[in-house]
Design a protein around this ligand. Structure first.
Ligand SMILES: [Mg+2]
Length: 323
């Protein structure tokens, strides 16, 4: 099947800056893809890696394919391309595959079922108190995610942890994410503090991505989710038998991720890399499938962190026009 690839750059600012131990994210830049087949049907994708150099690599790979290509050429190269590019191309191909199917291609997901990502530029305790007030009426279970080990924190996080545990209701879960910023000693201290804490869901990537031995040791004591390690050492996706944070927009062909999620023992947790409406269709679909699995837990879709507007609508044509 012959295909024409169209590309359009986009960028948007997050509603607030995200500070992690690895740096600050203020905006997203990337490319929207529109693939047109010889019958005039369209498939849509989004290519938006986090690192600037990564986007350049994606553009170089796109230039190698050329603007006029075939479905087979793309399919044969998908595993070799950077993850963000394979996500965009796989998403576009899947739209074209589904064009003649009657049932809707994507399941919806209510973002309120996501974990709540605490702002990283204000006092986490104040944000938690506000969130508790907002959710107190509802009987659901709630999950709060706290990014710790931030560069410009001027408070003692250990003390804040104690206060959080004092006010967190029984039906709430807490995820703590140092983004690889802890030493083994610090991770051990937090683990000692939290190992009998039922409300702790997991600690996410406590140690640098390459300290794999340290991560396996900690996982014997306390639930550990891997995130950055899975990006840097993809073989761990097969060998890590606990929670795995996956950002579909960086993870490669979304059709393959869907198959992984649907495996019975999957402990994959879908997480956002801040997408436009085009990428978000797959993020929501995968999140909706994830919560129906054998190990349900809240996906990490960071409600409220992307602005509103046409760039974030469900209809890809509207998103394309808005870019
Ligand atoms: Mg993380």
């Amino acid at each position: 099947m012959k295909l024409i690839i169209n590309i359009k750059p986009f960028s948007f600012k997050l509603t607030r800056k995200l500070i992690t131990s690895q740096g600050i994210v203020r905006k997203k830049v990337g490319l929207l893809l529109r693939l047109k087949d010889s019958d005039g049907n369209y498939g849509w994708g989004e290519v938006a890696p986090i690192g600037k150099n990564e986007l350049q690599k994606c553009i170089e790979s796109l230039n190698l394919i050329g603007r006029s290509t075939t479905k087979d050429t793309i399919e044969n190269n998908l595993l070799e391309f950077p993850g963000a590019l394979s996500f965009g191309l796989g998403s576009s191909l899947s739209d074209l595959e589904n064009i003649n199917k009657s049932k809707p291609h994507f399941e919806r997901f209510d973002i309120e079922e996501s974990s709540y990502l605490l702002p990283t530029d204000t006092d986490p305790l104040e944000s938690i108190i506000k969130y508790l007030h907002r959710t107190i009426e509802k009987k659901n279970n709630f999950t709060i995610k706290w990014k710790v080990s931030n560069q410009d924190n001027n408070f003692k996080e250990e003390r804040v942890l104690q206060k959080i545990l004092e006010i967190l209701p029984e039906n709430f879960k807490l995820r703590i994410d140092p983004n690889g910023g802890w030493s083994r000693q610090k991770a051990q201290e937090w683990s000692n503090e939290l190992k009998n804490e039922d409300r702790l869901e997991w600690i996410e990537q406590p140690l640098p991505s390459n300290d794999i031995e340290g991560l396996f040791q900690l996982a014997n004591q306390i639930p550990i989710a891997l995130d950055e390690s899975l990006v840097d050492f993809p073989y761990l996706k097969k060998t890590w038998k606990s929670w795995q944070i996956r950002r579909p927009a960086l993870n490669g062909d979304p059709r393959l991720l869907l198959k992984e999620i649907e495996q019975e023992d999957s402990q994959i947790v879908i997480s956002t890399a801040f997408e436009t409406g085009i990428g978000r269709r797959w993020i929501n679909h995968l999140a909706a499938r994830q919560v129906k699995g054998k190990n349900p837990c809240a996906p990490g879709l960071a409600p409220g962190w992307c602005p509103k507007g046409p760039l974030f609508r469900d209809n890809p044509k509207i998103v394309w026009e808005a870019a």
